[in-house]
Design a protein around this ligand. Sequence first.
Ligand code: NAG
Ligand code: NAG
Ligand code: NAG
Ligand code: NAG
Ligand code: NAG
Ligand code: NAG
Ligand code: NAG
Length: 330
Amino acid sequence: MRTTLTITALAVAAAQAQDLNQTIIGCVEVECLAAADNVNDNCSIADTGSFPSIGLTRVPTGNSALSGLSWVKGFNITDANSQRTFHSSFYLGTPPELNLSSSTGACAVFLHGVSGSLSFGQNETAATAEGTCADAMGSSCVDALVSRARTLVDGYSKEDNRPSISDTCARLQKDLEDGKDDACAPINGGDWTNFTGVALTGEGAPQPLSQQQNSSSTCWPVVPKQDELTLISEYHTTGTDLVEDAEKAQWAITPVLTVFYSAGDGSLVTDVDASLSCIKTMGPARASLDTINDGSDDPDSGAATLLLSKSWMPSAMAATIATILISYAV
Ligand SMILES: *[C@@H]1O[C@H](CO)[C@@H](O)[C@H](O)[C@H]1NC(C)=O
Ligand SMILES: *[C@@H]1O[C@H](CO)[C@@H](O)[C@H](O)[C@H]1NC(C)=O
Ligand SMILES: *[C@@H]1O[C@H](CO)[C@@H](O)[C@H](O)[C@H]1NC(C)=O
Ligand SMILES: *[C@@H]1O[C@H](CO)[C@@H](O)[C@H](O)[C@H]1NC(C)=O
Ligand SMILES: *[C@@H]1O[C@H](CO)[C@@H](O)[C@H](O)[C@H]1NC(C)=O
Ligand SMILES: *[C@@H]1O[C@H](CO)[C@@H](O)[C@H](O)[C@H]1NC(C)=O
Ligand SMILES: *[C@@H]1O[C@H](CO)[C@@H](O)[C@H](O)[C@H]1NC(C)=O
């Protein structure tokens, strides 16, 4: 027992030591491959989809047994029958040593409808804007949501007929969507609708992409690379053919509530652990930076590259959007 605990503690420390250098990272850091045009990225994750943009953020937790989990978002656009569809796919990244079995109840609730009203409020292009949910929603809204989730899940598990994990997650989604917190009024430009609840553990929970599926991946958008990826949820909306709409959808922020609770012996948590993550895909495209680097003949140009890529970014972004649209317009 003691040995297991020590090994787990070491593994956790190792995972934390190599943590991210910003809250949300994108294709540059997760090392997406270039698309055929060498300007956009193309991250193909097994047979689950190909994405020109990717974002990853760690799930915040005070519980070291849960540390190292990540939310990953992929985004793409398709055109069919003169209708444009924006696709978002959400994956959970899990360190191999983290054993999320059905003893640990776990739910994710995606607050899709709220997305339209959120921004990180920076003077940056939407592509590279990043931050935490406190930046995007206000910390009192975050605290209210997290504490309500904790109280709700605590309440369900004290009932005589303790609900299954999937029922718990479905009820959590519904109860959160049914009652808006006053503290979240400032973000009411978005709709308090279209929440999706998914059980991450228990019967019927989504399973990690297998080694075999992984062998057909050209991209494994998680760090460290040995982490597993599980496709948790997909969300599709239809849009117009306006470039502004596509750009807004591509860099939109999705809040994800992640909740863990004890569902039996061997649970990783005793008290309910709840947190809110804000995930979006991040620019710039890695392929666009490689193009810049190749064109530079200055070998020690760390700073020069940064300057170049900054001033080059707006046109790179415009090119990215334009090319994405062109490549999907059949
Ligand atoms: C973060 O680290 C990656 C390498 O892991 C590096 O390419 C990138 O420039 C760093 N970003 C910042 C903002 O320091
Ligand atoms: C992305 O990669 C997949 C798999 O390799 C390929 O089928 C697809 O055509 C590529 N898309 C682009 C835009 O390069
Ligand atoms: C876009 O993403 C969806 C998943 O959200 C996936 O099913 C689809 O294959 C992707 N489209 C392309 C062209 O890769
Ligand atoms: C919610 O979902 C419905 C049905 O898919 C869609 O028509 C609507 O645009 C969505 N609303 C928001 C704010 O995402
Ligand atoms: C954003 O830019 C505007 C004008 O360029 C400036 O007045 C404002 O102070 C900036 N805000 C931040 C947070 O930097
Ligand atoms: C999946 O494949 C990538 C290479 O494509 C590799 O770096 C990664 O470690 C693999 N992950 C798992 C969990 O097998
Ligand atoms: C994961 O935890 C469950 C429940 O505690 C246990 O039955 C199972 O053997 C563990 N699996 C691994 C690979 O440690």
